[in-house]
Design a protein around this ligand. Structure first.
Ligand code: SF4
Length: 294
C-alpha cells in the first residue's frame, strides 16, 4: 500500500471531514534513538537512553496494536530508522494493511534500501534544512563529514531512480533568511513536495516568521504547483499528535510543545481507540495530513 499525504487528501476529500473522523489518519512510530546527527531541535533526545532493539514478538505486539487503531499511514522515524536492524521486519509486517512513510536523514540510504523502498512503495521523507552546508551543518551537527553533500547526492539518486520522496525542513532562526532560495533550489531540482515544520519552540521575530510563510505561499503560487509546499506553523492546543516510543509505549505530544505524555498510563502499550481519539488534536491532525484548511 502507498498512502502519502496527497493520497490522504484524495481518499478523504469527498467522504470525510475532521469532525467525523473515527480513527487516526496517521501514527508516528519512533523505533529507535540512535542517530548520526545532533540537530539543534531534535524531538527524540530522550529516546537515546532507551535500548532500541526490541524482540520480534514485541514488535509484532506493537504492530498488532497499531492495526487495531486502523491508521491510513504509519510514519516510522527515530532516531535514524535506517540504523535500526529490524526496520525491514517492521515494514514487511506494517505495509500489509497501512501505508508507510519513513523519516530519514538520508545519510545511510544505499542501493539496497532504495530498491527495497521502491518495491514496497514506501514514501521517504528526507530531512534537509538547506542545500548549503554552511547553514545545514550548523543545524544538523552531524558526526559524518560532508553530510550535506552526501544528502544532496542521495537525493540525486532518488530522483534518477524515480523513487517516491519528499523533503522535510525545520524552519528556524538558522535558515529563515535563506528559506526562499532553498525553495528555488528544490524546485529547480524537480522536488514535487516540500514540507516545512516551524521549529518548536520558535523563539524569534514572529512578524518575520509570518512574512516568510506568506512569501513561501506566494512562491508556491508563482511556480504554478510544480512543487507543493505544506507548512505547519504549530498552533497551540491542549491536545496533540500520537507517538509510539522505542519501548512501544503510546504518547501524545502537543503540537506546539516538545513534552510527551502517556495516552493511558494504566495501559501504556495498548490504549483503546476511544481514549486515543479524546487526546488527539483531530482538527489539526486532519489539516496536517490532508492539506485542507478548516
Ligand atoms: S536527524 Fe532526526 S533524529 Fe537525528 S538528531 Fe536530527 S532530528 Fe534528531
Amino acid at each position: 500500500m502507498l498512502y502519502s499525504y496527497e493520497q490522504c487528501k484524495i481518499l478523504l476529500s469527498d467522504t470525510e471531514s475532521y469532525d467525523n473522523l473515527q480513527s487516526p489518519l496517521l501514527i508516528n512510530w519512533n523505533i529507535n534513538g540512535e542517530c548520526q546527527n545532533k540537530c539543534t531541535y531534535c524531538f527524540s533526545r530522550d529516546y537515546k537512553s532507551i535500548p532500541d532493539l526490541l524482540s520480534e514478538s514485541k514488535l509484532a505486539h506493537i504492530i498488532a496494536c497499531i492495526k487495531l487503531l486502523n491508521p491510513l499511514v504509519v510514519v516510522i522515524s527515530g532516531g535514524e530508522p535506517l540504523l535500526y536492524p529490524k526496520l525491514k521486519y517492521i515494514i514487511d509486517n506494517l505495509n500489509k494493511y497501512s501505508g508507510v512513510i519513513i523519516d530519514t536523514n538520508g545519510l545511510c540510504l544505499n542501493e539496497d534500501f532504495i530498491t527495497y523502498f521502491k518495491e514496497n512503495k514506501i514514501l521517504l521523507r528526507i530531512s534537509l534544512d538547506d542545500y548549503r552546508s554552511s547553514i545545514n551543518d550548523k543545524i544538523r551537527k552531524s558526526s559524518i563529514n560532508c553530510s550535506t553533500d552526501i544528502i544532496l547526492d542521495k537525493m540525486e539518486k532518488l530522483l534518477v531512480t524515480n523513487t517516491n520522496f519528499i523533503v522535510h525542513t525545520v524552519l528556524s532562526n538558522y535558515n529563515i533568511d535563506n528559506i526562499l532560495e532553498f525553495g528555488k533550489y528544490l524546485n529547480a531540482k524537480g522536488i514535487k513536495f516540500w514540507e516545512i515544520q516551524v521549529v518548536i519552540p520558535f523563539i524569534g521575530d514572529i512578524e518575520k516568521l509570518h512574512n516568510k510563510i506568506s512569501d513561501l505561499k506566494n512562491f508556491e503560487e508563482s511556480i504554478e504547483s510544480q512543487m507543493t509546499i505544506n507548512i505547519h506553523p504549530n498552533s497551540g492546543n491542549e491536545k496533540g499528535i500520537i507517538l509510539i516510543n522505542p519501548k512501544g509505549e503510546f504518547l501524545i505530544r502537543k503540537t506546539n510543545s516538545l513534552k510527551k505524555e502517556f495516552i493511558d498510563s494504566e495501559n501504556k502499550d495498548n490504549p483503546d481507540l476511544s481514549t486515543l481519539m479524546k487526546v488527539l488534536d483531530i482538527k489539526n491532525h486532519f489539516q496536517r495530513y490532508t492539506g485542507k484548511i478548516i
